[in-house]
Each structure stands twice: as structure tokens, then as C-alpha cells.
Design a protein around this ligand. Structure first.
Ligand code: AMP
Ligand code: MG
Length: 487
């Protein structure tokens, strides 16, 4: 276990130089204080969890202090936002403080979001508010616990610094961890600004540090792109299977590592709704829940365009063609498991689709449905769940089909079935209203609810004594919360 001053830095991205990022110092927050820290994320840096409570922790991640070996940089990138190309974006309010390597030999980017203005701030103030910092923190750690690839969050530091959004709020910083903060938009930036040397340098950097196994392939860049396609297909399959809506799938928010990245107005579905739009600025529903699947491919095509200097168009097209079948295979595999099935049958896809169709507009809680389905035998569970459906006759027909499918699946006890299903069907998810309650308390200075909620969400599959209130459907006020995009 390490103390804070024992971290070892190796700032590989900073060494790429000024064409890739600009040296900027964090701008400190007033009266920094710990809101919440993730012990599991601290362990990634081998940090002793006790150090989170020390004043120096809040000073370091509140922008007051810096390790001598840190080299804070604002990265430049661009990207397609809502389908249109924005020629220059970049870290407008976040800084890559440096890269730390742990005892297992892994490198982790330390990225401080809300650290003040940079050359890429455009019209922004460089700040992040407490509300959005808590949301990013909770979402990263909750997705990780569900087994969904994501950036991690070490802590949120609150402050008394006033920040103006629709109203006056307080500034905060969230310390994000990822093996890399390189986005699709990094490649797009060097491609569209016609900087082939830097573009090549970036590609080498990513290949050597993050896709080294592709080096052995006859066409290393193509192998790397294929791998990126595969990882995205798998990540988005998991979003869809667990009802996660990202909300702002612009290419500057897509990680080159295929991890969930840059949390904005995200949401987990409460009631199932394929057309759900969590981002209130997304008037056309470009990033609606079901559109996430084709948008994943659209984003990969944007990346492919930026990789045309290295890979032939035919090969890129072929690799892009892998996306949908891979997505479908991962998705179906997960949904089978969510239904408690251990074998695969041709017709399973229509079994899943039939269920979702019945759920649509029925007001069925997406998370609790699957959990309840595993609580009892298939026969007892469907009998209990049918009341939730508007089209009960339709559900009965589906239920008959499901029971027959379960009977064909194998011979196991209800005990085994429950255990297997509960291991993939969470009881606790980050519902918007739960986050909202925790944020309201934190805004009045009480951080206990954020900490408790974080703790519950780190073990989403495990029934936790005394935590029943976190496994409920949202109250009416919590069903249609407008999540502001100004964060
Ligand atoms: P996002 O929609 O949060 O992914 O942000 C898009 C771009 O706007 C990124 O380049 C951000 O760094 C930048 N940005 C967002 N909010 C702010 C802010 N308050 N100050 C400066 N830049 C910001
Ligand atoms: Mg972003």
C-alpha cells in the first residue's frame, strides 16, 4: 500500500509533445473537501484507502498541490458532435495530470475534470459542478461493478467556488482513471488538420501502448482497428442489455479503448422504453436508447475515415462489417443469461425481441423484471410478473413459450437457477432519482447519501441487508427527471 507521495509517474502522452497537448496548471478550488472516494479505484494505484481522509488528498485532487513528477496537460482533439464535424475541441476543463504505474505494471491516466480553463475552453469556464461530478463518479463505479467496460473514478472533491449554470452552483473536481484518454476525436483531429506525421505518431503510440499484440499481425493497424470494432460492439451490447443510455455519443466522447467514457446526461432505464432519450438537448433522438447500436457503427466509420492513411478502404469496410454481427452475438449471449438460459437456440432472438416488445409502453421496470424472473421458478415468476403488462394475453403467450424454452434448457434446481440469474441480473442500478437524492443532500453539505449509494452500487448483484429502498421503482417525481446538459 502506498502513501500519496509514493506514486510513480511515467508520462508517456506528455512526451509526445506540444502538437498533442499543452502544459496547463490546475486552477485550485476554494476550500476543497472530500465528497466521496472509491476504495476500489484507489487500489488500482495501490493507494492506502486511509489517505482519502487526509487533507492533502483533497488538496491534490482539488487543484492545490501537484506531485513534482506530474506533468499536467490539456489534450487537443476534435470530433463529430451530433453528426456534424467540429474542427477543434480538446480538454476544455480537464487535465491529464500524468500517468501512474502500479505494482502490477499497469499505467493509469490521472485526469482531473473541472480543473479550470485551458486553450480549448472555447466559451466555457473550465469548471464542473458538484452535481455532474457526482453523477460521473457514481456512473463509472456502478458500470464497472456491472462488468461494463468504463473509465473509473477515484474521487470527487467539492468546494465553495461559485460556478454559474442555470443558477449558481458549486465547483467540484472528479479524478478520472483510464489506461488512456485518447478518443476517436484525437485521430480525427490530425486527419482533418492534415498532419500526417503527428497522425502516424499517434497511431504508433496507441498501437505500442494499448494494442501491442496487434504488432504480430501482418497488418498491425488493421488488426488494431478490428480490435477497436470488437471492443465497441461488446461495450454497446452490454449497455443495451443493462439499459444504459449514454446520451452524448459524439466521437470525441468515444474512447479508443472501447470503454464507456465522458459521462453527461446518461441514464439507466427505469421502465423499458426502446425510444428513450436521456439527453434533453437531443431533440431528434439521435442518441436514443435503441439508436446507440447503429450510432456505434457510425462512430466507428468516422474513426475509419481518419485511419484511411494507414489502412485500405476495403479492409476498413470489411472490419466495420464485423460490428453488427459481433454486437448481436454479445447481446444475445447476455440476454440469454439474463433469462436464465444456459444453451443457445435459433429462436432465442425472437424470444428476447418478443419480451421487449411487450415491455414497451407497459411501464415494466426493466431491471426488476429480470431480477424477479430469477427469484422463483419460471412458472411461478411469470405468473407473478404478468400483472405488470398491459397486454396480458400477449404476455401469457410469451410466458408459455418461455417456460417451454426453460424446460428444454436443462435440468437444474431452482436454487441453481436463482444463483445463476442473480449473478447477472442486478438488484441495484444507478437510477436517476437515487442519484438526484444523493446530489440534493451533497449540495446541502451532507455527503453520507452519495457514499452510501456508491457503496450499494459496488455490489449490484448481492442483496444487501437494510438497503431495500435502493431496489425500488422510482417514485412518480423520479420517473421523468430532466437532466441538465450543462454540467
Ligand atoms: P462534453 O459535451 O462534456 O463532452 O464537452 C464537449 C467539449 O466542450 C469538450 O471539449 C469539453 O472539454 C468542453 N467543455 C464542456 N464544458 C466545459 C466548460 N464548462 N468549460 C470549458 N470547456 C467545456
Ligand atoms: Mg466530452
Amino acid at each position: 500500500m502506498k502513501a500519496l507521495d509514493e506514486l510513480t509517474f511515467d508520462n508517456r502522452f506528455a512526451r509526445l509533445g506540444d502538437a498533442f497537448s499543452t502544459h496547463v496548471l490546475p486552477e485550485p478550488l476554494d476550500e476543497p473537501r472530500l465528497v466521496v472516494a472509491s476504495k476500489a479505484a484507489m487500489a488500482l494505484l495501490d493507494l492506502d484507502p486511509a489517505v482519502a481522509e487526509t487533507p492533502v488528498f483533497a488538496e491534490l485532487f482539488g487543484g492545490h498541490k501537484l506531485w513534482a513528477e506530474a506533468e499536467p496537460r490539456a489534450m487537443v482533439y476534435s470530433g463529430h458532435q451530433f453528426g456534424g464535424y467540429t474542427p477543434q475541441l480538446g480538454d476544455g476543463r480537464g487535465l491529464l495530470l500524468g500517468e501512474v504505474y502500479n505494482e502490477a505494471g499497469e499505467h493509469w491516466d490521472l485526469h482531473l475534470k473541472g480543473a479550470g480553463m485551458t486553450p480549448y475552453s472555447r466559451m466555457g469556464d473550465g469548471r464542473a459542478v458538484l452535481r455532474s461530478s457526482i453523477r460521473e463518479f457514481l456512473a463509472s463505479e456502478a458500470l464497472h461493478a456491472l462488468g461494463i467496460p468504463t473509465s473509473r473514478a477515484l474521487c470527487v472533491i467539492g468546494s465553495s467556488t461559485p460556478v454559474w449554470r442555470e443558477k449558481q452552483e458549486r465547483g467540484a473536481m472528479v479524478l478520472r482513471l483510464a489506461h488512456s484518454h485518447i478518443r476517436f476525436g484525437h485521430f480525427e483531429y490530425f486527419y482533418y488538420t492534415k498532419k500526417p506525421e503527428q497522425q502516424a505518431e499517434l497511431a504508433e503510440h496507441v498501437l505500442n501502448l494499448h494494442y501491442l499484440e496487434c504488432r504480430e499481425q501482418p497488418e498491425p493497424y488493421l488488426a488494431m482497428f478490428r480490435e477497436i470494432v470488437e471492443r465497441n460492439a461488446e461495450m454497446i451490447a452490454k449497455w443495451q442489455a443493462y439499459g444504459f443510455c449514454h446520451g452524448v455519443m459524439n466521437t470525441d466522447n468515444m474512447s479508443i479503448l472501447g470503454i464507456t467514457f465522458d459521462f453527461g446526461p446518461f441514464a439507466f432505464l427505469d421502465d423499458f422504453d426502446a425510444h428513450f432519450i436521456c439527453n434533453h438537448s437531443d431533440h431528434e433522438g439521435r442518441y436514443s436508447f435503441s439508436n446507440q447500436v447503429p450510432i456505434g457503427q457510425w462512430n466507428l466509420s468516422a474513426l475509419a475515415q481518419a485511419l484511411t492513411p494507414f489502412i485500405s478502404v476495403e479492409a476498413l469496410k470489411e472490419a466495420l462489417g464485423l460490428y453488427l454481427p459481433l454486437y448481436q452475438a454479445h447481446y444475445l449471449d447476455l440476454m440469454r443469461r439474463r433469462l436464465g438460459l444456459t444453451t443457445a437456440e435459433e429462436d432465442d432472438q425472437t424470444l428476447v425481441e418478443g419480451l421487449l416488445k411487450l415491455m414497451q409502453n407497459s411501464g415494466v421496470d426493466y431491471t426488476l423484471f429480470f431480477r424477479r424472473l430469477g427469484d422463483e421458478s419460471a412458472t411461478l415468476a411469470v405468473a407473478r410478473l404478468r400483472d405488470d403488462f398491459v397486454d396480458m394475453a400477449g404476455f401469457d403467450a410469451w410466458a408459455e413459450r418461455y417456460k417451454a424454452r426453460v424446460a428444454r434448457d436443462g435440468d437444474y434446481t431452482q436454487e441453481q437457477r436463482r444463483e445463476r440469474m442473480h449473478a447477472v441480473n442486478p438488484l441495484y442500478i444507478l437510477r436517476n432519482y437515487l442519484a438526484q437524492n444523493a446530489i440534493a443532500a451533497a449540495e446541502s453539505g451532507d455527503y453520507s447519501e452519495v457514499r452510501r449509494l456508491h457503496d450499494v452500487l459496488t455490489r449490484p448483484f448481492e442483496e444487501q441487508a437494510g438497503m431495500e429502498q435502493y431496489a425500488q421503482r422510482p417514485p412518480d417525481w423520479g420517473k421523468h427527471l430532466e437532466i441538465s446538459c450543462s454540467s
